[in-house]
Design a protein around this ligand. Structure first.
Ligand code: B16
Ligand code: MG
Length: 217
């Protein structure tokens, strides 16, 4: 049967989560706020604006709208500087075999990312043509864990939410997929992503038989 396979971008398809972290760390440092990889888990999958709010809450600081805009711009400029020279080597191990398998089976593939930088990343890594639908931070108004991004992707694929499978590396994204009524697949630390229906440390641990099994349901 036909299922919709919805992929998150940062931390699932490409290894850009590390660049988000580096860029936020610089902002946090400037604000005198301690920001560890553990704190960073809460930022994964959430919007840029919400990410800054979380950091400010961590440091218990307030700021004017103008200051916040400045920090958001600085963070994004810094993040983009890491992306200047990226290519297909940024694609995480095991991702291409799964995407190729889905393509061979003619199963619909969508992107469901919170990032406003998703399209240039897919272009630079050379995989944009594999996607039947792309939904990113420019298309939605509600950040994960709100299910909007995945529901819009399902609609674009013309599939019911229950016929969609979401691959996510973030707590917020797994929650969004579950709220949407989709099958959630956690990619990363199973302890962090314990709410997912399935867990894999990364795509090298997922074989094509797992995909075939989902299609039989
Ligand atoms: P941008 P995803 C998310 O992408 C990231 O995980 C998150 O850390 C980031 O803040 C968010 O995109 C917004 O990204 O600043 O590029 O618009 O994981 O949903 O693909
Ligand atoms: Mg992610």
């Amino acid at each position: 049967s036909k299922k919709g396979f919805i992929f998150d971008l940062d931390g699932v398809i490409v290894d850009t989560a590390k660049y988000h972290y580096l860029a936020w760390q610089k902002i946090a440092e400037k604000l005198g706020i301690e920001f560890t990889p553990h704190h960073n888990e809460k930022l994964k999958g959430v919007s840029r604006v919400r990410s800054l709010e979380i950091i400010m809450e961590l440091g218990k600081i307030t700021a004017t709208e103008q200051e916040k805009q400045l920090w958001l711009t600085q963070k994004n400029d810094d993040y983009l500087s890491y992306l200047t020279d990226i290519d297909s080597s940024e694609i995480l191990p095991g991702v291409m075999p799964i995407l190729s398998h889905l393509e061979t089976l003619k199963q619909p593939i969508a992107l469901g990312s919170a990032s406003k930088n998703a399209r240039p990343i897919l272009e630079k890594t050379g995989i944009i043509d594999l996607f039947d639908a792309i939904v990113d931070g420019n298309d939605v108004s509600q950040a994960k864990p709100d299910p909007e991004v995945f529901l819009v992707a399902a609609r674009k694929l013309n599939l019911a939410p229950e016929d969609c499978i979401v691959f996510e590396d973030s707590e917020a994204g797994i929650q969004a997929a579950n709220i949407a009524g989709m099958v959630s697949v956690g990619i990363g630390d199973a302890k962090v992503l314990h709410e997912a229906a399935f867990n894999f440390p990364d795509f090298t641990h997922m074989d094509t038989a797992f995909i075939d099994g989902l299609l039989k349901k």
